[in-house]
Design a binder for this molecule. Structure first.
Ligand SMILES: NC(=O)C1=CN([C@@H]2O[C@H](COP(=O)(O)OP(=O)(O)OC[C@H]3O[C@@H](n4cnc5c(N)ncnc54)[C@H](OP(=O)(O)O)[C@@H]3O)[C@@H](O)[C@H]2O)C=CC1
Ligand SMILES: O=C(O)[C@@H]1CCC=N1
Length: 313
């Protein structure tokens, strides 16, 4: 059983989502009696699927691109993705047929070309009565609804690149409570909580989420690289410096997420009076590191809100 899932515009994020979903299904199919479902470790507030019936799980996968070159890359990417990966159908320049054959479509193209793709002849009909999940930055549900027919259910999601290793953070636009939407809710949760954390938030928060968790991996990597650079400056080999920085950031983040420890508490616990940590912290404060990082989120949020708008050029 199961439904057909189509990724319309399968680039960086499409591959990340599809790879994560395939890996999750592979791990579900290789039953382990002591295996914990992925979502059991989630903190309160993040959402998890209630059931795991076949109807809410994908069983056929279609990935769409526009160029042959991209199609070749996808074939290579998914051929190595386990047995399920080999069953991804790669479709080049035939979006309408792919949408017609699908039940759920995840729109993963650039924001600027959404209207072109959704206005292809036959697309409205192909999407009629189906669930369209858009991950596009800055393109609102109202804008998307104006591009599709009234029977297409439009939902926004904002995932991030770590979905590829099932450590993603995805925010999904709040769904109106209704029995008719229960299956859609299950489908959305099964996709995104199988590839990381998933939480619902009102659409008005989407530009901030785009900046914080969507762009966030890039910001975190600047911090990670800078920490490693400091280690290298002090004589550590590059590879070890990166390992130390990455595992340290992961450990601190996990203590916040899993143990619920406030970051300020974590910081204070490390900071011995008169010790080296406070010396480093004061150097960071001199560099206005907090306001610089917070302002980066502010500026990225503002930019995200412009991405769905027609270019002013
Ligand atoms: N990158 C990120 O970290 C995040 C991105 N997003 C959002 O995800 C979306 C995609 O971003 P990203 O994955 O980085 O972009 P990419 O450029 O990597 O992927 C876009 C994909 O769209 C395909 N495409 C282009 N034109 C068409 C067409 N006419 N028909 C079918 N497919 C087409 C491209 O294929 P081809 O090369 O063949 O044209 C490419 O595979 C954006 O809207 C972005 O806002 C959201 C969260 C995080
Ligand atoms: O930079 C961008 O526009 C996209 C959206 C979030 C992450 N990357």
């Amino acid at each position: 059983m199961g439904y057909t899932l189509c990724v319309l515009g399968c680039g960086t994020m499409g591959i990340a989502i599809l790879s994560g979903v395939l890996a999750s299904l592979e791990s579900k199919s290789s039953f382990h009696p002591h295996a914990q479902p992925k979502w059991e470790s989630h903190t309160p507030g993040t959402v998890t699927p209630q059931t795991l019936d076949d109807e809410s799980l994908p069983s056929r996968f279609i990935a769409c691109v526009s160029r042959e070159e991209s199609a070749k890359k996808l074939t290579a990417a998914f051929f190595n993705a386990g047995t399920l990966g080999r069953s991804v159908e790669i479709v080049c320049a035939n979006n309408v047929q792919a949408a017609r054959e699908s039940n759920v479509v995840i729109l993963c193209c650039k924001p600027q070309i959404a209207s072109m793709i959704l206005s292809e002849p036959g697309m409205k009909e192909a999407l009629a009565g189906k669930l369209l999940i858009s991950i596009l930055a800055g393109v609102t549900i109202a804008q998307l609804e104006a591009m599709v027919g009234p029977s297409t259910r439009v939902v926004r999601a904002m995932p991030n690149t770590p979905c590829k290793i099932r450590e993603g953070m995805t925010v999904v636009s709040t769904l109106a409570p209704s029995d008719a939407h229960e299956l859609e809710r299950e489908i959305i949760l099964n996709i995104f909580s199988s590839i990381g954390r998933c939480r619902f938030l009102e659409e008005k928060h989407f530009d901030a989420c785009t900046a914080l968790s969507g762009s966030g991996p890039a910001f975190a990597c600047i911090f990670l690289e800078a920490m490693a650079d400091g280690g290298v400056m002090m004589g550590l080999p590059r590879a070890e410096a990166l390992e130390l920085a990455a595992q340290t950031l992961q450990g601190a983040a996990r203590m916040t997420l899993q143990a619920g420890t406030h970051p300020a508490q974590l910081k204070d616990a490390v900071t011995t009076p008169g010790g080296c940590t406070i010396a480093g912290l004061l150097a960071m404060e001199d560099g206005r590191v907090r306001s610089t990082i917070a302002r980066a989120i502010q500026v990225a949020t503002e930019r995200a809100s412009e991405l769905g708008q027609p270019s002013k050029k």
